[in-house]
Design a protein. Sequence first.
Length: 205
Amino acid sequence: MPRDWPFFVSEFGGIGWKKPGDPGWGYGNDPKTEADWYARFDGLCAAQLENPSLFGFCYTQLTDVEQERNGLYYYDRTPKFDAAKLHAIVAKPAAIEQGAVVEARPTEGGWRVVIPAQPDDPNLPWTYVACEKPLDDAAWRSWTLDAATTKAGRPGFGAKGGFEGGSARPGRRRSSTSTARSGTRAATSAACCWSCTTTTASRSA
């Protein structure tokens, strides 16, 4: 892929914020105060907006899910934060909107598929676990693939109408990282991925 093409960050964030006594977790240490949360959110968004090569981003995630408490809304869809403050942070002018010039540099090395998705190897099965009830914190931390009843299925993410073949050379595509993996520990909540895909906040010049 040419280095002067703009790109999109499809997932970042994960700042934890939950009600006292709630189970679940976020990524990194949870902020101690609401002001700390806003400061971290502002810093993460600024890192995206100030990058002249980036045309959009998707904050993860829109709502809390079963085991993750890092949404902008609680599990019952009530808001955690002041929407006007969030808007003020994400609506700042982006570098790409201000005509920042990006120097094109040759790409060094190549892509290596770490976790094959459907476009990479449609015949490679993924191992996964389906839980009837969400796991609490203690069960989640002690859970192992060896102790679970696993299933196998087709790899995820499907074909994208030829788009993935046009953005990188066949056989050297970068695969999307999934929460379900072949031969390794599998996560239990597909709802996380569904929530992430609904939080897209794309910006373009």
